[in-house]
Design a protein around this ligand. Structure first.
Ligand code: SF4
Ligand code: SF4
Length: 96
């Protein structure tokens, strides 16, 4: 499927190259849900391509899409733990 630029893959997954924890918005994601560092985004972001997951998490709002992603991969508990710990760093979230 084509990427709809919905922004969910810049919020839902943890991204080690960016030290971005699960379920938290990438600091480089603009208010329009587009990457503000597109030309110098890390390789992992360059390699990411729209697939079946994008269709399965489709929903009217970004929040709903992120929630569906976390449910799909059974990551809701871990995401809640990260949120409640207030960690904006993946490394700190994991060591806590
Ligand atoms: S989740 Fe899929 S459709 Fe949405 S921005 Fe990422 S690749 Fe594109
Ligand atoms: S660097 Fe850009 S493409 Fe990568 S997760 Fe952040 S906003 Fe998305």
């Amino acid at each position: 499927m084509d990427c709809t630029r919905c922004g969910a893959c810049c919020v839902a997954p943890d991204i080690a190259a960016l030290d971005k924890p699960l379920g938290l918005r990438c600091p480089h994601l603009g208010a329009d849900n587009l990457c503000t560092v597109y030309d110098r985004r890390p390789q992992v972001c360059r390699d990411y391509a729209a697939d079946e997951v994008c269709r399965r998490i489709d929903a009217p709002t970004l929040e709903e899409r992120v929630h569906k992603y976390l449910v799909l991969f059974e990551l809701t508990d871990e995401a809640r733990r990260v949120r409640e710990s207030g960690c904006s760093s993946m490394r700190r979230a994991r060591s806590g």
